[in-house]
Design a protein around this ligand. Structure first.
Ligand SMILES: Nc1nc2c(ncn2[C@@H]2O[C@H](COP(=O)(O)OP(=O)(O)OP(=O)(O)O)[C@@H](O)[C@H]2O)c(=O)[nH]1
Ligand SMILES: [Mg+2]
Length: 425
């Protein structure tokens, strides 16, 4: 099957320009909110040429901004002539339509911007499908509201106008497309489930790295698993998950997955679309929650991640908090305080390697939670079970005897069950 194309709503090239529009209530959030949206723009290949802010606790229905402020924005947009005007929030169909008309420029909201970045980053078939589904599901109700106005204009003449006919056929087209994509995703998901089931047959301790985007998840994965994953200051460098075996010390090991980063107000459509990828997180034996300790707003980022984990149904999975980037933390004693306040936790620098030994020690402790000791005499005909112990568990002693291999090992419950028939005292 051919790779589905994700049409980006921005179709941004390297030097396209954006005008940014914010509303927020709290002044102390300004810097953070601005820097985050600018980072997202950069990841979408957009350069910021201007911004405007209105202090509001919630958006207005018509123009998101108040109508006076919207006039001011129209003038600023005329002056700066950006390729796109980006609103830091979710725009309703009505707001999109009104703003398009008023500004006479392409209008995009934060969710579309994030979806656009995801569309650029997707590398696997599943990733493409998930993003395209999220884009369509997000745009469908908004598209409808644009047409609704068209219908009203044509209404009152007592006949089905061309607008309505087009609406019907477009609506059907989008619905069909959504249904087709959902089917394809189901297919991919079934395949992935089979893989996961197969893995459960060869069981091992399994952990997922999660965290706010740019916290340093891939950098940590690279350090622990000697991978060469893309680690970049831009948000959402990682989209598709990668799993590798990590050798900890003393013969312990764990299979580790690096996942897509989270962000505050992560569009729910995206969480839903990525659910099958993120199921890795739910089924993990434990989670490493990586936090950028050098970010002044790390606690807000932590809360956003915890909220997303809850949405995914992963809040019960045991979690080790990993305060990363301590090489950038200049306040004396701050990293120690963080670790004390959020146990179990560890402070590290994925970049310099500081604290990695301590992290591995804590990971071993989490792995041990899932291991149990077995002593058994495995017949030579079943020697693949011994191989599994070496591969997925920790072998303590091994002795080749005439009647089989006498083995003492620490392995997960699934493997213990398979070894149970050969147990010896
Ligand atoms: N100084 C410092 N920089 C770090 C550290 N860990 C990661 N970085 C940098 O932080 C940026 C983001 O790192 P990534 O590993 O891509 O972060 P991520 O969490 O995988 O991000 P996404 O996949 O985009 O969600 C990169 O520029 C890294 O070089 C660290 O311990 N110290
Ligand atoms: Mg990454």
């Amino acid at each position: 099957m051919s790779q589905p194309k994700n049409r980006s709503p921005l179709e941004a090239k390297a030097e396209e320009t954006a005008f940014l529009v914010f509303i927020n209530e709290e002044e102390d959030e300004d810097d953070y909110v601005e820097a985050e949206l600018e980072g997202l723009c950069e990841a979408a290949g957009l350069r910021c040429v201007g911004m405007m802010r209105q202090r509001l606790d919630r958006p207005y229905k018509t123009y998101f901004l108040g109508s006076g402020k919207a006039d001011e924005l129209a003038a600023a947009v005329q002056d700066t002539q950006p390729d796109v005007v980006i609103f830091d929030g979710e725009l309703s169909g009505i707001q999109l339509r009104n703003l398009n008309e008023k500004l006479q420029h392409k209008v995009v909201d934060r969710t579309q911007l994030i979806l656009d970045i995801f569309a650029r980053r997707a590398r696997t078939r599943e990733g493409h499908l998930q993003v395209e589904l999220a884009q369509l599901t997000y745009m469908m109700p908004r598209l409808m509201s644009v047409y609704t106005k068209f219908e009203r204009q044509r209404g009152g003449i007592g006949m089905r106008g061309p607008g309505e006919t087009k609406l019907e056929s477009d609506r059907r087209m989008v619905r069909d497309k959504i249904a087709k994509l959902s089917d394809e995703i189901e297919d991919v998901k079934r395949h992935r489930d089979q893989q996961r089931a197969a893995r459960r047959k060869n069981p091992y301790p399994f952990a997922a790295i999660v965290g706010y985007t740019s916290a340093g998840k891939s950098t940590l994965m690279n350090r622990l698993a000697h991978t060469d994953l893309l680690a970049d200051a831009m948000p959402f460098a990682t989209l598709d998950p990668t799993t590798r075996k990590v050798d900890l010390s003393d013969g312990y090991s764990v299979f580790l997955t690096d996942t897509v980063g989270f962000i505050r107000n992560l569009p729910t459509h995206l969480v839903a679309a990525f659910r099958s990828t993120l199921e890795e997180v739910i089924t993990a034996d434990f989670i490493l929650h990586v936090i950028d300790a050098s970010n002044p707003d790390w606690d807000m980022q932590r809360d956003a991640v915890l909220e997303t984990l809850e949405t995914l149904g992963a809040s019960e999975v045991p979690c080790l908090t990993v305060f990363n980037k301590i090489d950038l933390v200049t306040t004396p004693g701050l990293a120690d305080r963080m670790v004390e306040d959020w146990p179990p936790a560890v402070a590290i620098s994925s970049l310099t390697g500081a604290g990695i030994d301590e992290l591995q020690g804590q990971m071993i402790a989490m792995v041990q939670e899932h291991l149990g000791r077995v002593r058994c005499l495995v017949p030579y005909a079943q020697s693949s079970l011994v191989d599994d112990c070496f591969k997925f568990g920790r072998v303590i002693t091994q002795e080749h005897r005439e009647d089989g291999i006498l083995l003492e090992a620490e392995v997960v419950a699934e493997l213990r069950a398979k070894l149970a028939p050969f147990a010896v005292a």
